[in-house]
Design a protein around this ligand. Structure first.
Ligand SMILES: [Zn+2]
Length: 120
């Protein structure tokens, strides 16, 4: 199996409902997001997929989340926009855009020291 990863980032705001600390108030992060894509076979060029195509798709997808308050999205009315739930949200939104490649996981870094990973 082959696996690729590409990275992007979003600068967005959020707040955590019910959180007993500072994160209950609106604040921002520049989240770094890494997605991992797998394929069993390479294409005729010897690639899983052209990085340029993947990076453009990922950048376009992340643009929908950039400079937004994530709590305003319908998805985050039901669940808090924690790093864990943002990773799942990105997984579910981005996986169909890269099919038939398999999106293996999404890792989102809230800081250099802390990240969450969602496996589909
Ligand atoms: Zn936060």
């Amino acid at each position: 199996m082959f696996e690729l990863s590409i990275k992007g980032d979003i600068a967005s705001a959020h707040f955590l409902r019910g959180y007993p600390g500072k994160c209950k108030d609106m604040h921002g992060h520049t989240w770094k997001v890494e997605v991992f894509l797998a394929a069993n076979e390479l294409n005729e060029l010897g690639m899983v997929e052209d990085f340029a195509i993947l990076k453009r798709k990922f950048k376009d997808y992340l643009a929908e989340l950039d400079h937004k308050c994530l709590n305003d999205l319908a998805y985050f009315q039901a669940v808090n926009p924690t790093a864990e739930n943002i990773a799942k949200y990105i997984y579910e939104g981005f996986a169909p855009l890269v099919a038939p490649l398999e999106l293996k996981r999404v890792q989102i870094w809230e800081s250099d020291m802390a990240s969450a990973i969602y496996y589909g």
